[in-house]
Design a protein around this ligand. Sequence first.
Ligand code: URA
Length: 234
Amino acid sequence: MRLDKALQSQGFGTRNGCRALVEAGAVRVNGGLASDPDAEVDVTNLELSVGEVVWRFAPRVVLALHKPSGTECSHAPTHHPSVFSLLPPHIVARGVQCVGRLDADTTGLLLLSDDGALVQRLTSPKRGVEKRYLVTCAEDVTDAQLEALQRGVTLKDSPEPVRGTAARAGLHALRLTIGEGRYHQVKRMVAAAGNHVVGLHRESVGGLELPAELPAGAFLLLDDAALARVGGAR
Ligand code: URA
């Protein structure tokens, strides 16, 4: 691939912008200073350095972000900073999208990718990729509430009762696993069961757990093995 195109595909700017970066001496290819934007580069194991950014060429990116509270899953946030403000500009420029949305006050595992087909597959209700939430409630969690969540509760936008796998996680807390991702689904399900959500944290998507060592606000790039753990990706 031509160097200017390789840089552009990785989000480092327009083709002309990328050419200018090379001509200004801001680009290294596998550690060596680049001077010709028309040079052919082998993208297998290609390491690009652009200014301070060191980046391994990737045909697509899939990220796991530990979403902090007070962030919106939108490019045009209204009340809080966007989750995209937590990512490097060149990754945002690739057009990464959230794999489903979490509410502004929800924390935990949020996947993002620039592969639109992958995002569609992972969010498709047909695939039913399971999401597990740790839910903190305002009132004591009762057995009757857990049974209602297991049996299915009625939500306005669903003709069928909506159910999940529910388990107690403390006096005021439960774990709920659901295969869909309707608007405010967990909050509405818990309200329909007779309680009120005061804290919501997504622990896992498919078989992928939020890495314990990933602090709130940080992200990591998922390799194919980690993506396979999510399930529903193919
Ligand atoms: N269900 C909710 O109610 N909110 C979320 O952010 C995710 C699931």
